[in-house]
Design a protein around this ligand. Structure first.
Ligand code: RP5
Length: 186
């Protein structure tokens, strides 16, 4: 049995769970707010399509700093290999998470209303030298690519996953038509 704080409960509560090798998450997707989920869901969808066990949590750097501390400091010992962190505005979540874990952290700038995600992008990408955050594109494309990038990291030591990833890219290639049409299927 392992104990860790679960984001569905108030801060300070501890949930004991039994993690099995089959279901233990390998990738943690965290986001600053429920409002980020429509973007971050795309990262989760990619991981699901590639059959990669992962978890999704709301972890706000400024609203739930203790939850962030617990998550980042315990992620590696819980078996997480890569963290994907999405945030918008003054998006300090990915950098703060990276400061407290040796795991690779990929940041997804969520598109903000005020500045269309430029604030999120610059907040995440401009990490001072020494604590890296791999920064993706703003919004949906960034979330999809964060999922693919995290998968490719795991695939370095998982041949079956490497083959699933290769098949996923081959399907993408096959889906590109030779010539454009007036009304393409959605
Ligand atoms: C950030 O503030 C979140 O990552 C989100 O993108 C943004 C707005 O949050 P809400 O006001 O919608 O909760 O912390």
């Amino acid at each position: 049995m392992r104990g860790f704080r679960y984001s569905g409960f108030p801060e300070g509560s501890v949930l004991l769970i039994r993690a099995t090798p089959e279901t233990a998450p390998l990738i943690g997707i965290i986001m600053g707010s429920q409002s980020d989920w429509t973007t971050m869901k795309h990262a989760s969808d990619v991981l699901t399509a590639l059959d990669i066990p992962h978890e999704t949590r709301i972890v706000s750097a400024h609203r739930t700093p203790r939850r962030l501390y617990d998550y980042a400091t315990q992620a590696k010992s819980r078996g997480i290999k890569v963290i994907i962190a999405g945030a918008g505005g003054a998006a300090h979540l990915p950098g703060m998470a990276a400061s407290m874990t040796p795991l690779p952290v990929f940041g997804v700038p969520v598109e903000s209303h005020a500045l269309k995600g430029m604030d999120s992008l610059l907040s995440i990408v401009q990490m001072p030298g020494g604590v890296p955050v791999g920064t993706l594109a703003i919004g949906k494309a960034g979330a999809i690519n964060a999922g693919l990038l995290a998968a490719s990291v795991l695939a370095l030591s998982d041949e079956a996953l490497a083959q699933r990833l290769e098949a996923w890219r081959a399907r993408q290639t096959d889906a590109v038509a030779e010539a454009p049409v007036d009304e393409a299927p959605q």
